[in-house]
Design a protein around this ligand. Structure first.
Ligand code: ADP
Ligand code: GLC
Length: 490
């Protein structure tokens, strides 16, 4: 197929692994374009802010355009940008460079709180991304925007650039990775972002007296997707809707749920350079070496035979730490090691630090963002715990399964769609689930899981089932491709 015949898809996203990451969104936008680009009919490019985190990586970059301006603000430093180009595996990444907005220590804010100008920072990013198509001479057939930070692209397309023929033909898909984060700002932000005042009404971007960026994505995109089939249903109910379930119900005929995948090349216990030893389903000795190394890293007895339960997570309300900490006295009556790696909200951090002090022989805690250690935890643990209150998809259960580690998860969102409860009679299933967000439910799942630990014939079969679970991107990438075609033909 001729290059020019290929459908062009522009990913607009605030994160992309390995360049800039705070959570699973980055893994998805780092991997999905790579797998879509293998499809001969598609050409994908990604737009991302040029954060300090990326600058510090000293990547090989090319200048693609410079001295561009938006004319939103009178102040030059807040108005101009350049575009740097990075060649990723099979696709290009265009980095929007404005040092005033993006050359900062963090992506969204310090541990004490969000940057106060996030509304402007991501309005700038969205408009700059759209206005870079001309200088780059790259016009997408479809714009695929991710989460609230990219949602204003849809508002700009529909309400600012709609008279421009070049933009008029672009179709759009908005993906919700997490409905809880909406980008809510005071009413003045509309004018400051260059959007018309008439959008401040309940049928548009107004939301309880404020402006809601995510709502623009939900209303103005031709289709909406979210990252698991179960979550696509859950968010249409008030308990999971964070005030937007009504909007989503209205658009339910254009709302799709596609389960995320993981990159099986990047995450492979047989080759992962972060691991002290490698292993595969038919040769598991390396997993024991990883286990010992993990116990050593947390100053536990490396030869300890008790089960190791790992957890790697953003420290956020969503992830179920209140339930975990509340249940700890009961949980730690059982004989196992609990190892947690996480970073995020200070309150959860403090709660965990206190709990770890109380159980130094059994509970290992590291407050950090550390990809290497995360991989050692996926590999070296026997079980992996995810007690989330809600979980749009969740990737850590998929990484665990890929590394032969058995997930114990709350049955919600994508966790429900990817973990199948173990059935000891039929020797089927790859993990353990619990329904109620309660200590007793968590304990029951934990006890059931522990009862099979190193027990023949269950344990080898469980590990085998984990390895056989398939969350490669192949399936999900083709679902996105089909969705793109559906949007383009409607
Ligand atoms: P979410 O996007 O809600 O944070 P996911 O399960 O989709 O949850 O993805 C989390 C991703 O972030 C995984 O790649 C996980 O390994 C990574 N991660 C989370 N916390 C840490 C941490 N403290 N250190 C290293 N990696 C982390
Ligand atoms: C969000 C969700 C998580 C999901 C990830 C990638 O951060 O919290 O469940 O896996 O996005 O889609």
């Amino acid at each position: 197929m001729d290059q020019t015949d290929r459908l062009k898809i522009a990913f607009i996203t605030p994160e992309m692994a390995p360049l800039a990451k705070t959570g699973g969104l980055a893994d998805v936008t780092g991997a999905l374009p790579k797998f879509l680009s293998q499809e001969s009919h598609l050409e994908v490019a990604v737009w991302l802010p040029f954060y300090r985190e990326i600058r510090n990586k000293n990547l090989k970059l090319k200048s693609a355009a410079s001295n561009l301006r938006l004319n939103l603000f009178p102040d030059e430093t807040k108005n101009t940008f350049s575009i740097c180009e990075y060649q990723a595996d099979g696709f290009k990444v265009y980095l929007i460079q404005n040092d005033y907005y993006f050359d900062r220590d963090y992506l969204y804010g310090t541990p004490d709180g969000d940057y106060p100008d996030n509304g402007l920072r991501f309005a700038f990013f969205c408009l700059a991304a759209l206005q870079s198509f001309k200088p780059l001479n790259w016009w997408p057939d479809l714009i695929h925007a991710h989460d609230w930070q990219s949602a204003l692209t849809l508002a700009y397309l529909k309400h600012l650039l709609n008279k421009d023929d070049l933009y008029k033909n672009a179709r759009s898909l908005f993906t919700i990775h997490n409905l809880a984060y909406q980008g809510i700002f005071p009413p003045e932000i509309l004018g400051q972002a260059g959007l018309p005042d008439y959008l401040f009404n309940p049928e548009d971007m107004e939301f309880y007296g404020q402006v809601n960026y995510l709502k623009a994505g939900l209303l103005y995109a031709e289709a909406i997707s979210t990252v698991s089939p179960t979550y696509s249903q859950e968010i249409q109910r008030p308990e999971f809707g964070f005030g937007l379930d009504g909007v989503l119900r209205k658009r339910s005929d254009r709302l799709f749920g596609i389960l995320n995948g993981i990159d099986y090349q990047e995450w492979n216990p047989a080759t992962d350079p972060a691991l002290p030893a490698h292993y595969r389903p038919d040769a598991l000795e390396g997993k024991s070496v990883c286990r010992q190394e993990l116990l050593r890293a947390f100053n536990f007895e490396p030869a300890g035979q008790q089960p190791v339960i790992g957890l790697v997570s953003r420290l956020a309300g969503q992830k179920g730490f209140d339930l975990l900490v509340k249940s700890l006295d009961e949980i730690l009556k059982r004989d196992f090691y609990l190892i947690i790696l996480g970073t995020g909200e200070k309150q959860i951090q403090d709660m965990l630090i206190q709990a770890a002090r109380k159980y130094p022989e059994r509970f290992g805690l590291k407050i950090a963002f550390d990809d290497r250690l995360a991989r050692l935890i996926y590999a070296g643990s026997d079980f992996f715990l995810i007690p989330s209150r809600y979980e749009p998809c969740g990737l850590t259960q998929m990484y665990s399964l890929r590394y032969g580690t058995i997930p114990i998860v709350r049955s919600t969102g994508g966790l429900k769609d990817s973990v199948e409860g173990f059935n000891p009679q039929r020797l089927e299933g790859n993990g353990f689930l619990f329904e109620k967000y309660e200590t007793n439910a968590l304990l029951a799942a934990l006890d059931l899981a522990l009862s099979f630990y190193r027990q023949e014939p269950y344990w080898p079969k469980l590990i085998d089932n984990a390895f056989k679970s398939d969350f490669s991107w192949k399936k999900s990438a083709s679902s996105y491709y089909e969705l793109y075609l559906k949007i383009l033909s409607s």
